[in-house]
Design a protein around this ligand. Sequence first.
Ligand code: HEM
Length: 462
Amino acid sequence: MTTTHEARPDSRAAATGLAPGGLPLLGHAIPLRRRPLDFLAALPAHGDLVEVRLGPRRTYLACHPDLVQQVLRDSRTFDKGGPVFDKVRLLTGNGLATSCWADHRRQRRLMQPAFHPERMPGYATVMDQEISSMVDSWQEGQAFDVNTAMQALTARIIVRTLFSTRIEDRAVAEIQRCLPVITRGFFTRMVAPLSLMEKLPTRNNRRFDRALGRMHSVIDETISSHPAGIDHGDLLSGLLAAEDEETGERLAGHEIHDQVITLLLGATETTGNTLAWIFHLLGENPEAEEQLHREMDLVLPDRRPGFADLPHLDYTRRIVTEALRLYPPPWLLTRSTTCETELGGVRLAPGTIVLLSFYALGHDPALFSAPERFDPDRWLPERAKTIPRGAWSSFGGGSRKCIGDRFAAVEVALALAAVASGWRLRPQPGPGIRPEPKASLSTGPLPMIPERRRRGSSATSE
Ligand code: HEM
């Protein structure tokens, strides 16, 4: 990932273009709603900056990695904002992920210490316990939905790393029950054309309101029952202790609440879906799975993986990077310009919506050879040099880069290594998996069959 992206192939269109298939009044609303991934992945062929119309509104998808980086790195001009964020803020409050530039810097300074590398081994211990108890519950030959299992795992991990041992099992279960209802309803609300629809007393709306209300109460109860001043090694201790070096300011009670909701929502589906995609891809690619097993047999011949093993699991890391290229959970991001500016030679008025799609980048043949192929070794150092800088940005970039990137990388690698060292997950025959672009890019139901794997049973070590 070190070269600068230069000329496009000859077949590539000029720098700016218009997405094909727009209709008067509706613009590109229909393809965006019906087959958003195919639609987005086709757009880089139409230019480095492509106009997409949402109804009469002109928005722009940045398709060239340099333009994507320009948007990500200038978060003052390309800020979080616009109607979608206004809605999200109503639900989650003004947390780190939704706050505007003016407030974000202060929030980030206060939150960053909770994600300091020194805290990771402590979080990894909790991850390890949860991963072990999941894997130990598997019954050989008994199919289960890997997607649901991974969401449950990542929900338990974030709840227990946030609140350490100070949360009762009842509250963990309650949050775990509420989270999927909220994330599902959340997405419906993001794409709903009319806010009125959310207020109708339908069964789903009532369930959503109940789950959100319950989640707010459980979080308040948990925060208030544990006084500040003691470091329990969890994320909440980090948030309660946070003090701005410049101003001496701390996070207020309601801000801690908003950050906790932000972390619960930001950490669960993203990481759960990444794991589900990885197991799906390994099930479809036995050679890659075999190579992963060889790495396990070599590095961890007689024990479960731990935090200290992660630097030695190179192939495991390449698998994660490659899965995130093919199926980045945040498949579409938006920004709103705060002043008149220029992007890719186009003048943008204040309030223009700019779209970023890591899915479109990851599937662009101008950036990745044979982009549909699952090829973890494309991330071997020598080969990765040919990949243009900024072409892989699954954790975002600039000051809004994912604060949980290291946390997620540890969690995914530990879970993957724990499964691969003792099990293999076989795809259950049935209809193929089609990516479901919801709030996060999901596999949908993913039935797989667990089979025990004998250590040292990979091809080379036999
Ligand atoms: C594989 C898993 C994950 C992926 C792919 C991912 C991806 C991302 C991306 C792309 C952004 C930037 C969004 C934007 O620029 O609009 C982001 C932001 C964020 N993520 Fe993650 N994330 C993951 C896991 C996590 C975890 C585990 C946590 C918490 C423990 C987390 C917390 C956040 C927060 C709080 C933000 C907002 C950061 C800010 O604006 O300063 N994420 N994530």
